[in-house]
Ligand binder design. Sequence first.
Ligand code: SF4
Ligand code: SF4
Length: 278
Amino acid sequence: MIISVASGKGGTGKTTIATNLALSLKQTQFIDCDVEEPNANIFFKAKIDERKDVTVEIPIIDDEKCDYCGKCSQFCTYNALAVVPSKVLVFPELCHSCRGCGLVCPKSAISWGKRSVGTIEHGVVDGVDFYHGLLHVGEIQTIPVIKALKKKIDKTKNVILDAPPGTSCPVIETVGISNYCILVTEPTPFGLHDLKLAVEVVKQLKIPFGVIINRDGVGDKKVEHFCQSEKITILLKIPHSTEIAHLYSKGIAFACELKEWDDEFKNLFHKIQEEIKK
Ligand code: SF4
Ligand code: SF4
């Protein structure tokens, strides 16, 4: 089973939930797909034993063959090519590697080179097969790194995907492959606003989902009322607790220290299995 953990909003405790669930279950695979800011390894502390470069294709123009007709730059919707009188300028950071310019070039003047956009890393800790992706500083193309991570999914295991925050393409790329999505929120007006957006996304993707309310007690009951009115299952509530916050600040997954929470996360997994059967 592949479970994604997402939240419409950053800072809700998404990674906390994902890491606690993985460490309670053990024998899982955990993939941190928040490649712009991966922080799950703060809790896992996995020793990295494998590292792989993630590259994308970029066009290389053969000046011998090119007659500067401009068809490639007219085609490129990402403005990654500009044709001036005696040169085709390539802006690699804007290229999405669609290969379309190569198809429309009448002179077959385009070949392909590689450009590194990030890395993926692997380690094993406490029975958890851990991966995360790291986008290079200044890069904007998260999708190739997430795709490289998804290729590592081991379907013989239960897999937990820590999705990026928000509701844009990287979230859809991550959540889209899962059998179930946990939406993590907090009981505040901001939490509710972004939860509504996230709910729309998972509904569009037709992925079964439920909600975990983190820091329960800090705000109001509007998130709960929303879930009740929309018939959304509230899987778990995690209280606003000094003890949990203290462990978090030390980079310790609280389920590893507090037995009752280890049990809660195991129960959460069984609850999700039941939800999927419904
Ligand atoms: S389409 Fe081909 S021939 Fe025309 S400008 Fe681009 S690379 Fe040169
Ligand atoms: S591969 Fe696609 S995105 Fe990249 S320059 Fe060519 S047309 Fe533009």
